[in-house]
Design a protein around this ligand. Structure first.
Ligand code: NAI
Length: 337
């Protein structure tokens, strides 16, 4: 019997790649451009393998309703959108793409830092409005400023290397410090409190897990300099958005650049309709997003840091290898359940 693989969140070019990676009668493919929640179950109920990007939540009821499901290939590093307990219960293995984007995401993080430092939202806004007054647009250089990196894994280290080359002073926090890299790149591990107190720019590169959820909250924002910039290219739930809004309104920090945000799926909805139709949580998230997008010291991008041609190529190739490996008994990149 053919192995059925159901891909969700697939772009047109991903579709072409996956059709090339899985050819012949051994495979039956369902390729959807929608999230798993948007596709009726009967269209993929025969799936042996499911592959999703970050937009799809593979929850316990979905896992329980796929009788043949054995493997979930996540086309990202973070796997927080998969219900691991349900996978354990139903003996479903999960793989990720552990290393595709450290340079891509690190460069994007530095881009956001530069944009915030040089007030790019206001600079671009002034050109659009035809009122160019450089006195309102004065920024600061990154050279000589202190960058606080929360999480020194692949992306955090890559950010550290680039920032070091730009003349920044770097402090970092990680519960599992990498002292060899600390010496090699030339930064210092400090406590989280000292990082928040001392950094001109705080950038988040820790995965979403119970210990990191809302690591940026009223208390941590209160420790930061009033000139500090917060950058989040990790996962939205690391930041308690309502506390960030309050801190920005009260000028406890100077600005924020968020590639990821709680409830980021609401970025592509019709705001007013969804406010009327959505549940309380969705309405709250939409309202938060609406407030933030109106602030000229905030940049929001739609979970886009990974999005380079180079990274996409590695994601597709590694996902195909993960699936081929699992099906042939040579699994790779499995997540510990
Ligand atoms: P990684 O696994 O290489 O590094 C994560 C680091 O965080 C590790 O050094 C770990 O020890 C550290 N960490 C664990 N708990 C921590 C805590 N409580 N406080 C501080 N640090 C802690 O992961 P990588 O590849 O560097 O990616 C980091 C995150 O970036 C991913 O988990 C993912 O959520 C996000 N990401 C976002 C993308 C985007 O497009 N915006 C693209 C790729 C990844």
């Amino acid at each position: 019997m053919a192995t059925t693989i159901a891909f969700f969140d697939a772009t047109t070019s991903e579709k072409t790649s996956f059709e090339r990676y899985f050819t012949g009668p051994k495979y039956k493919l369902h390729i959807f451009d929608k999230t798993i929640a948007e596709v009726p179950l009967y269209e993929y109920k025969d799936a042996d393998v499911v592959s999703v990007f970050t937009a799809s939540n593979v929850d316990a009821p979905t896992i329980a309703s796929l009788p043949r499901l054995k493997f979930i290939a996540v086309r990202a590093t973070g796997t927080n959108n998969i219900d691991t307990k349900a996978c354990q219960k139903h003996q479903v293995a999960i793989s990720n793409v552990p290393a595709y984007g450290q340079t891509t995401v690190a460069e994007y993080t530095i881009l956001l830092a530069l944009m915030m430092a040089r007030k790019m939202p206001a600079v671009m806004g002034s050109v659009e409005s035809g009122q160019i007054d450089y006195r309102r647009l004065t920024g600061f250089t990154l050279q000589g400023k202190t960058l606080g990196i929360v999480g020194t894994g692949k992306i955090g280290m890559s950010v550290a290397s680039i920032a070091k080359a730009m003349g920044m002073h770097i402090v970092a926090y990680d519960p599992y410090p990498n002292e060899a890299m600390e010496d090699k790149i030339g930064f210092s591990y400090v406590s989280l409190v000292d990082l928040f107190k001392g950094a001109d720019i705080v950038t988040l590169h820790a995965p979403l897990m119970p210990a990191t959820k809302y690591i940026i909250n009223k208390k941590s924002l209160g420790l930061m300099k009033d000139s500090a910039i917060l950058i989040n290219t990790s996962r939205g739930e690391l930041v308690k958005t309502i506390d960030l809004i309050e801190a920005l309104k009260n000028k406890l920090i100077a600005g924020a650049a968020l590639d990821v945000i709680e409830g980021e799926r609401t970025l592509d909805v019709d705001t007013e309709t969804d406010l009327l139709l959505g549940d309380k949580k969705t309405s709250f998230e939409i309202a938060e997003l609406d407030v933030l997008t109106k602030m000229n010291n905030v940049i929001i991008s739609p979970h886009n840091a990974f999005n380079s041609h180079e990274a996409l190529h590695i994601i597709r190739k590694t996902t195909a290898q993960n699936i081929h490996g699992f099906l042939s008994g040579n699994s790779q990149n499995l997540i510990k359940l």
